[in-house]
Design a protein around this ligand. Structure first.
Ligand code: SF4
Length: 227
């Protein structure tokens, strides 16, 4: 039986078979997951709210720096009410190293207020509510949905954008187009594991300027490098 003949989605250990996907896509997805079995979210968080704040802070900033900042921040304020008590000015001072600190502080305060007033301090588990929060765009909402609820679309960051095009999973020239293509390819899949594998591949091997093609575990699928 061919992988593409199977109906439904079966996660057998690390093997994914996706109905309607090409044999190539199935093989590539499995190879990526195989190559990065320990791929995971590298932002440190304990609660849903901490993850949401960390993802907002991660815009134009490395996960490593966000983790340094949130270690200090979450000690004093790790819930909507506490963030509101801390206040925008004090918050901005703490998150300064993440860049765009004034905008991010204003967004986090506004988001904390909305969560406190409308959601009993909880992070909503639906995409449409998430993207109405200040500082939460499609990428952030998809990361949160995927990480907390293992659902939602595909969060296309710089790594996912580059890797999916190089590997022929997508061809669009905008984040929105690539997101649509990947959503179609990953339809029905719990895509968190694939998403993390793609990010790890982009971050640690298929780098923007000097990809380490010599040790690439998915080179046979690459569209831009000679085999
Ligand atoms: S062969 Fe090189 S460019 Fe192609 S996917 Fe692998 S690391 Fe990226």
């Amino acid at each position: 039986m061919r992988a593409s003949d199977l109906t439904g989605v079966f996660n057998c250990g690390i093997i994914f078979f996706v109905s309607g996907k090409s044999e190539r896509d199935n093989s590539l997805i499995n190879a990526l997951i195989d190559a990065y079995p320990d791929a995971r979210c590298e932002l440190n968080y304990i609660s849903d709210f901490e993850l949401l704040v960390a993802v907002i802070l991660s815009a134009q900033c490395t996960d490593r720096r966000v983790n340094l900042v949130t270690r200090e921040l979450f000690e004093v304020a790790n819930a909507p009410k506490k963030i509101l008590e801390l206040g925008e000015e004090a918050l901005a001072k703490i998150i300064y190293p993440c860049g765009f600190y004034k905008v991010k502080a204003a967004n986090i305060i506004d988001t904390a207020r909305v969560l406190d007033e409308n959601y009993n301090g909880k992070v909503p588990n639906d995409f449409d509510s998430l993207i109405k929060l200040k500082g939460v765009g499609r990428k952030t909402a998809n990361v949160v949905m995927g990480e907390l609820f293992n659902s939602g679309g595909v969060a296309v960051d710089t790594h996912v954008f580059r890797v999916s095009r190089r590997l022929g999973l997508a061809s669009g020239n905008t984040v929105e187009k690539v997101e649509l293509e990947l959503a179609e390819k990953f339809k029905g899949l719990a895509n968190r594991q694939i998403h993390h594998a793609m990010i790890f591949h982009g971050r640690y091997c298929c780098k923007s300027r000097n990809p380490e093609c010599g040790r690439c575990r998915v080179r046979e699928f690459c569209k831009v490098v000679e085999k």
